[in-house]
Design a protein around this ligand. Structure first.
Ligand code: COA
Length: 516
């Protein structure tokens, strides 16, 4: 490549890396349409606004060089400058510790122990033998397997030994080394996303990333150090954040790191006053986000995000509410405790472990005094263990033919009564009875009427199915309603006239029962 051409490309990429620092009012870079992203990436012209002069030139060059070399890993990019890498490495250590402390203030943070690779591996059931680049020492693998019993320690919180950082482009070389590795991870795991777009957002000073790191010193400050990361942009004034990228290194996927990352993010969100996380998930990722508590229905008021993020066709907008009082990194321990509690309670109550002797072939239950209709249920009830398992005679009867007959009769009565109630409600003189008397208005009503009743209550009782055991009972309630009206109101009032008309009507409907 010609020197001048190389310089031009480098310049463009520098702009891309700086693009996030533009103060041109483009606040929604992370949610541009994929097409737009592609166009911007193709032209390499992401940063068209005024550049943030405070950005570290080294940052830009590193990011730019990475893009210019395109396929070379960011890790090796940095390694080409040993002096800088050495410096960055030292700084990286302090950045990690700083961020760890930040994490700890949120409740959890990385442990300060030296080498935690095996512990991370152990926690996540990682087969260190298969981890290629991560397994640089046979000794560690041995240690890992010898620590298996510890792995089963029920009280251990997997987050306690996790090494994780919160990192953003603060101009610190150590942070930039981490961001280069994150950019590489996102580029590898999200191949459809334009690399320049990823670089722009990762290095954008308004974006923050949470990353889980491998503790193996052999991978320190290389791309392999990053197990997984989520890059997001917080809108603190609106108390929400938009997730731009989320990825776990292919060698570590399906081991729970994606969940851990999300819980760390929620924890960090809760700590910093974020109420909602939103993201545009592509079809492949919807399942993962659902498992992390994201929903397609958006409950955050539109006014909070409208104008700040852009809608685009490429993904489904999903949201997760972050409950401020949930300690997300303690979730595994909380769920484990709850599960254990429930299982213990079940064990106390359940009789499933009791084994009864098989019934003798000539088993004949004692059925004296049992009616023929109940015989089948009584026989079942006599089997040792049935009663202890919680069955009742009513349960058993309900499963027999007789039980079904009872159900049928009940349903028929309910339909008949419901039809009557509806007819009553339809009568023009039933209007005073349709709703309960408003006792907040009619203050003395309850002093006079001891059993208030109205058509809506009667209908509810009828719908319940087992309140009225007969037509007679329904008639009694309706007549109570009529008599209450006559008792409270003046005989010449419209209410009493309606009550008289209704009584006459009821007499005809309940002719068969009213005379009893
Ligand atoms: N679709 C449906 N479910 C998924 C899933 C997917 N793509 N990826 C993971 N899951 C499920 C897992 O089966 C697991 O379910 P379980 O709890 O019932 O066992 C749960 O989600 C969490 O899995 P976990 O092991 O914690 O996730 P991970 O470490 O494999 O990370 C991704 C998940 C999506 C981050 C990872 O697969 C990845 O980096 N993919 C490529 C990049 C990408 O697509 N990112 C998302 C959009 S930005």
């Amino acid at each position: 490549m010609e020197r001048s051409e190389e310089n031009t490309k480098k310049r463009k990429l520098e702009e891309e890396a700086e693009g996030g620092d533009n103060n041109n009012g483009d606040t929604a870079t992370s949610s541009e349409s994929p097409l737009k992203k592609q166009q911007r990436a193709d032209t390499g012209g992401a940063g068209n606004g005024e550049k943030d002069k405070s950005a570290s030139p080294k940052t830009i060059v590193e990011a730019g060089k990475e893009e210019a070399d395109n396929d070379s890993s960011s890790g090796s990019e940095v390694q080409e400058e040993p002096e800088e890498k050495q410096k960055g490495g030292d700084d990286a250590k302090s950045t990690t510790v700083d961020n760890a402390a930040k994490g700890e203030s949120g409740g959890k943070g990385p442990s300060s122990s030296g080498n935690k690779t095996d512990e991370i591996a152990k926690e996540n059931k990682m087969d260190v033998d298969n981890q290629g680049t991560n397994n640089r020492s046979g000794k560690k693998t041995k240690e890992s397997s010898s620590n298996k019993s510890k792995k089963e320690d029920e009280t251990e919180n997997p987050y306690d030994k996790l090494r994780w950082i919160v990192v953003k482009n603060d101009g610190n070389p150590a942070s930039l080394i981490k961001l280069v590795a994150l950019k590489s991870l996102f580029s590898k795991q999200l191949p459809k996303m334009p690399r320049a777009y990823i670089a722009r957002l990762v290095f954008d000073r308004r974006h923050t990333a949470i990353a889980i790191l491998n503790d193996d010193p052999a991978v320190k400050d290389t791309d392999e150090e990053v197990i997984g990361s989520i890059c997001y942009r917080a809108f603190p004034e609106m108390r929400f954040a938009e997730i731009a990228f989320c990825a776990v290194n292919a060698a570590h996927q399906v081991k729970g790191y994606g969940t851990k990352l999300m819980n760390l993010l929620k924890q960090e969100g809760a700590r910093t006053g974020i109420e909602y996380f939103i993201t545009y998930a592509d079809n492949y990722a919807i399942g993962y986000f659902k498992k992390q508590g994201f929903t397609k229905s958006i409950s955050m008021p539109k006014g909070r995000y409208q104008g700040l993020i852009k809608d685009y066709d490429g993904g489904t907008m999903m949201e997760c509410y972050v409950h401020p009082s949930i300690d997300f990194t303690s979730l595994p321990a909380i769920l484990k405790t709850q599960r254990k509690f429930i299982l213990d309670r079940i064990r106390v109550k359940a009789k499933s472990t009791t084994v009864y002797e098989p019934l003798p072939q000539d088993f004949e239950p004692h059925l004296e005094g049992v009616s023929r209709a109940n015989e089948a249920a009584a026989r079942a009830m006599a089997i040792p263990g049935i009663l202890e398992a919680g069955w009742t005679m009513a349960d058993l009867l309900a499963t027999t033919g007789q039980g079904k007959d009872v159900d049928r009769a009940k349903t028929a009565l309910k339909s008949e009564l419901l039809a009557i109630v509806r007819k009553v409600e339809e009568q023009q003189y039933s209007w005073p009875f349709r709703e309960p008397v408003d006792t907040s208005e009619v203050k003395d009503y309850l002093e006079v009427i001891k059993e208030p009743i109205d058509l809506s209550t009667i209908e509810k009782r009828t719908r319940m199915g087992d309140h009225y055991k007969s037509k007679q009972m329904l008639y009694a309630d309706l007549m109570l309603m009529v008599n209450n009206c006559k008792l409270y109101n003046e005989p010449s009032s419209t209410y009493v006239q309606c009550a008289n008309s209704l009584e006459k009507y009821l007499g005809s409907v309940f002719r068969d029962v009213s005379s009893r």
